[in-house]
Design a protein around this ligand. Structure first.
Ligand code: SF4
Length: 347
């Protein structure tokens, strides 16, 4: 079984190719995609509108490939963290965040991460590989809450725009009529700003964009996020300015607040100047300390002052409320990722 390919993660183009190779009629590609993404079957045998012969042909080369999570941890506030084992034998986390009016899933795109952001626990793990399209979609398809999900955020482990091929295929299947047919308005991809991937994302996808900014100053951002050396925030913003984010599609900026580092009024003033002319929102995020890193959480008084200044400059600004602290704090791989506190925001 393990040597067989997975059908989960195949686009309609892939499925047409497969059915043609197997000598099946071309319309069976759409039937298979319906079983995979609309009926969410976990067995080829259930594909009852395919002839028995065609099911047998499919089974010679393929399995569905959905894998249930191997562990689940539930927070007092209802947030649930799922642990999945990847085909390469590594582990990834996915976080389900229920709220009154929506249910959000925070998915991972890589095993670990290369980007080495100073404040991030995932970055400390190093990089063990990209997730494949099926491993990305499996996080969505295999949780019990699947049918109630209203939003998906790519804010879990890894940098999604460092794994563009697999992430874009997952987005195609998520939003395609033949796939899950989700509105792109319900999906947000969060990035630290890998410019080539970002350009491709803005041009090829209509999903919302979230950019981690964390400081308006080059040197300070460089110290927090080494990616600034290769892709400076000013170039990222120049790129964003070339596209229209004033209508349905949103761009937001994530700003983790560190005590005494980036949480004073001068930072707020310079951030407002930097973002001038971009219709956007800023999400202020409380930092939660990780071991061996000399960064502290902003005190609670600083955040509203910062928010009010940005609001006075016409920038919509929200302070994210913390979710799932009891399960995501301490040793959780996602402990400093944005999705642990993805709440109180209306994408
Ligand atoms: S914050 Fe994101 S990009 Fe930076 S190390 Fe962590 S996972 Fe990677």
């Amino acid at each position: 079984m393990e040597s067989k390919e997975r059908l989960l993660g195949k686009t309609i183009g892939d499925l047409k190719q497969i059915v043609s190779e197997l000598g099946m009629p071309v319309y069976t590609a759409k039937q298979i995609s319906d079983w995979l993404y609309k009926k969410k079957t976990d067995s080829i045998d259930e594909m009852s509108n395919l002839s028995i012969l065609n099911r047998e042909k499919l089974k010679t080369r393929f399995v569905i490939g959905s894998q249930p999570p191997i562990q689940k941890q539930e927070s007092q506030d209802g947030t649930i963290k799922y642990l999945f084992r990847t085909t390469s034998g590594h582990f990834i986390e996915t976080v389900y965040i229920p709220e009154e009016d929506r249910e959000t899933l925070c998915v991972s795109s890589q095993i670990g991460c290369k980007m080495n952001c100073l404040f991030c626990m995932t970055g400390k793990q190093g990089f063990s590989g990209n997730l494949t399209t099926d491993e990305i979609l499996n996080q969505i398809q295999s949780i019990p809450e699947n049918s109630g999900l209203t939003n998906i955020v790519f804010m879990g482990m890894g940098e999604p725009l460092d794994n563009t091929d697999e992430v874009f295929r997952a987005l195609e299947i998520l939003t395609g009529d033949y796939g899950y047919a989700w509105s792109p308005k319900r999906i947000t991809v969060s990035t630290i700003g890998i410019i080539p991937g970002l350009k491709r994302f803005i041009e090829e996808s209509r999903c919302h964009l979230a950019v981690s900014i964390h400081s308006p100053y080059d040197d300070e951002r460089k110290a927090l996020m080494p990616v600034e050396k290769t892709y400076p925030i000013r170039e990222i913003l120049d790129l964003i300015r070339q596209y229209d984010f004033s209508h349905q599609r949103r761009v937001s900026f994530e700003y983790i607040m560190f005590n005494g580092l980036n949480d004073d009024l001068q930072h707020a003033k310079d951030l407002a100047k930097l973002l001038a002319g971009i219709p956007c929102r800023v999400n202020l995020i409380k930092y939660h300390a990780i071991p061996d890193v000399d960064l502290k959480s902003s005190d609670t008084a600083a955040m509203p002052v910062f928010r009010d200044y940005l609001s006075s400059k016409g920038i919509t600004c929200t302070i994210r409320s913390s979710r799932g602290e009891d399960i995501l704090a301490a040793c959780g791989m996602l402990s400093t990722k944005e999705c642990r506190i993805f709440a109180g925001e209306s994408f």
